[in-house]
Design a protein around this ligand. Structure first.
Ligand code: AQP
Length: 332
């Protein structure tokens, strides 16, 4: 069976971008003919400073977010990255396969490191090699992600290809990205040219999965827009990034296409559309945030799920690591 792997960083609370770009697809793939492994990538989170107490809390809250969104520990393997040491072990080997020049081209590193790249951690620079290991330690064939991860998945294929070529084997598969849906790139509510992000300093820029109904309504009411009415077809949104973003969010939340949404709301002013969007967002998100809060009341249950997930994951990962070491010529 094809195998799916994907992960999210516990580097803050979950956003609507993570939910629509990634988690919603994680849930649907779990229910299709895939074996699915979903991961809180705590080793990736610490590539930028994380307060230790926050990291632990965010990791459990992310697990709660996965489960509350419909990822079932009975159907999927749910893990925390550092609890499966094979990720980091294969990651080292991939550090030796990946080339400096490849890493330097990664736009996410440039964005996250900002102007002072010299002060960024070595881990942030090497992040995509560890990400390749996260995927390939399970020989995963499909990776559901948002648009922003496309370049890292190409690098994953480059690493697999170079490893196979250098050692004359056909061992690591070439993974397919799965980038689908109306909201593969959810933008900031304050700036239509920036993606919605957990780590944006402005809380008004994003909808957090833990926001209550009032907060969601207020953020949508204040979201940046233009003064025009909504068009009746998707083509009319081409030059209107903020308007497009809100319609994309509506479509993705309601499992509709953008054209279907515009057939209903075309001609409306934002004063009419925003309350509709807020109502829809609250209806879809509040059951998830309530379930997250319930799960967070007893984190022992979450810890048990992650411990069991780690055992299941290591059954797949350990033999693949063993075989990799053999191929490389390491004495065991
Ligand atoms: N705005 C977004 N729209 C669609 N998909 C998104 N994803 C993230 N933001 C959006 C998808 O969520 C998954 C997990 O992302 P991540 O936590 O590994 O890191 P990220 O992409 O760097 O996400 P953030 O929220 O922006 O985190 P920070 O602020 O810590 O960097 C990925 O599949 C991603 O595509």
């Amino acid at each position: 069976t094809p195998r799916v792997f994907s992960g999210i960083q516990p580097s803050g609370g979950l956003t609507l971008g993570n939910y629509l770009g990634a988690i919603k697809r994680f849930v649907s793939m779990q229910d299709e003919a895939y074996e699915t492994i979903y991961c809180m990538v705590d080793l990736h989170a610490i590539t930028v400073w994380q307060d230790p107490a926050d990291l632990a809390r965010n990791t459990r809250e992310l697990a709660a977010g996965f489960i509350a969104s419909g990822i079932s520990p009975e159907k999927s393997i749910l893990i925390n990255q550092s609890q499966v040491p094979e990720h980091a072990q294969l990651g080292w080997i991939f550090n030796c396969v990946a080339r400096m020049g490849w890493m330097k081209r990664m736009t996410q590193f440039k964005d996250k490191a900002g102007k002072n790249a010299e002060a960024a951690s070595l881990g942030l620079f090497g992040y995509p090699a560890l990400m390749a290991a996260d995927i390939l330690i399970y020989h995963a064939t499909h990776v559901p992600v948002g648009e922003d991860q496309k370049q890292h998945l190409e690098l994953t294929r480059d690493i697999a290809t170079k490893f196979n070529h250098d050692y004359g084997v056909d061992f690591f598969p070439l993974t397919e990205p799965v980038i689908e849906g109306a909201a593969t790139r959810v933008m900031s509510l304050r700036d239509g040219s920036k993606k919605m992000s957990k780590s944006d300093p402005s809380d008004a820029s994003r909808i957090n999965m833990t926001d209550d109904a009032d907060a969601i309504a207020k953020k949508i009411r204040k979201a940046k827009t233009d003064p025009d009415a909504l068009p009746s077809e998707a083509a009319g949104l081409a030059e209107r990034p903020e308007a497009r973003n809100l319609v994309n969010i509506y479509a993705a939340l309601n499992d509709q296409t953008v054209d279907q949404v515009l057939a209903e709301v075309g001609g409306q002013q934002f004063g009419t559309f925003k309350p509709l969007l807020a109502e829809l967002a609250v209806a879809k998100l509040s059951p998830i945030s309530e379930e997250m809060a319930r799960l967070m009341a007893d984190t022992a249950e979450i810890d048990r799920i992650l411990a069991r997930g780690a055992d299941q994951a290591r059954e797949i990962a350990a033999p693949i690591l063993q075989k990799t070491y053999e191929i490389v010529g390491m004495v065991r």
